[in-house]
Write a protein that binds this ligand. Sequence first.
Ligand SMILES: *[C@@H]1O[C@H](CO)[C@@H](O)[C@H](O)[C@H]1NC(C)=O
Ligand SMILES: *[C@@H]1O[C@H](CO)[C@@H](O)[C@H](O)[C@H]1NC(C)=O
Ligand SMILES: *[C@@H]1O[C@H](CO)[C@@H](O)[C@H](O)[C@H]1NC(C)=O
Ligand SMILES: *[C@@H]1O[C@H](CO)[C@@H](O)[C@H](O)[C@H]1NC(C)=O
Ligand SMILES: *[C@@H]1O[C@H](CO)[C@@H](O)[C@H](O)[C@H]1NC(C)=O
Length: 358
Amino acid sequence: MLKNTFIFVLALSVWIDNSIGVQVTISNVVQRRDINGTIMDIHDGNMLLYDGLYYYYGASYGLCKEPPGPTGCTEWHTGGCGFQLNHNVSLYTSTNLMNWTFAGYAFQMSTMKNPGILFSPRVIRNYQTRKWVMWFNFLPATGTGVSQSQNAVAISDTPQGPFQLVTEKVTTLAWKNTGDLNLFQDDNGDAYIIYTSHIDGSMYNPTHLMSVEKLSSDYLSSLGKQYNSGFFGQNFVEAPAMFKRHDTYYAVFGQCCCYCAEGSAVTVYTSSSPLGPYKTTANIGNEGHAQQSSVLKYRTSTGDGNGYLWQGNRWQSSPDGAKGHDFTYWSPMTFDQDGNVTYMNYTASFILDVTTNN
Ligand SMILES: *[C@@H]1O[C@H](CO)[C@@H](O)[C@H](O)[C@H]1NC(C)=O
Ligand SMILES: *[C@@H]1O[C@H](CO)[C@@H](O)[C@H](O)[C@H]1NC(C)=O
Ligand SMILES: *[C@@H]1O[C@H](CO)[C@@H](O)[C@H](O)[C@H]1NC(C)=O
Ligand SMILES: *[C@@H]1O[C@H](CO)[C@@H](O)[C@H](O)[C@H]1NC(C)=O
Ligand SMILES: *[C@@H]1O[C@H](CO)[C@@H](O)[C@H](O)[C@H]1NC(C)=O
């Protein structure tokens, strides 16, 4: 009995020692650097928590000089800054969301037989196949811009990669001309893609619409129209994210903003099911002048143990003009008693309570 109690107390103290809360300060005005002091070249990606470590994946644009002006899309052609054929996927890791270690390129464009332009890489881990799965928006170099936009999938046994290409064009999606995307993994292991589709291809009558679709159980393809939410929300939207809080599914996205300095106001849609129907619940503004990249569910010692961190890109913000040095803007998300996301006021810096394992 005494021995059992002793073991129990020992186990409890190990459990307590293993999980500590830290208060980290996150700045939006000082450029984010890794622990070596290098500016983090990581954009339009996602983060996930696995085994006590946060994995941060995103597009690396390098040091090409951005075109001047309010949008980086004035040079919208293959080879223009932001549209080059050498975007890799950076990986940084952290235990506390503050101190980041560069873990190399998880995916390198040079490994593709037919290179193209890569945007919006997103990674989740499949607990059944134990594979790490990456989806990204892909514009083949031989294509003609937006009419050739498609989604590619790559896979790896480890989070560091290198991820190997599975397909450069997913053909199972309900809609064609697919653009920005994000991935969402439900508590039961089902996963979903939220993505835009440019359905008429006209520059003058842009129909750029959002929908959610369930992925196959290996996450390497999707299940098509029968498992698609149908279009919802506003027209001419992009840069989506999805998350779940309590029993509510949130789909969050804003107006198209092609590398725009202004950023994009974000509308929140909610549903009791991942495939909808979604209803519009809030507009959380654009005070940070950023375009959303993702929403991270992180561990915290307050509330029910989960916190939500909004992350966006401040295009055209780089002090030295190098695209890879554009700022990212992060903000804590808050919720009212009905679960509505509260308007996101501007924050230059904030303190986050993060629970870490070591
Ligand atoms: C991507 O990685 C390759 C090495 O494989 C490197 O030569 C290239 O400069 C990288 N691209 C960027 C944008 O940094
Ligand atoms: C991050 O690293 C700095 C410099 O090494 C250190 O002072 C700080 O305590 C670290 N932050 C956390 C939360 O570990
Ligand atoms: C960071 O700096 C250390 C010490 O100089 C070096 O050994 C390491 O390779 C650097 N890591 C990266 C990812 O640059
Ligand atoms: C939450 O949003 C819904 C829909 O917009 C609204 O009816 C409700 O009053 C909001 N709740 C609060 C506490 O403001
Ligand atoms: C945002 O600012 C308004 C006005 O100052 C304030 O009433 C509100 O509580 C703030 N919201 C949050 C989430 O801090």
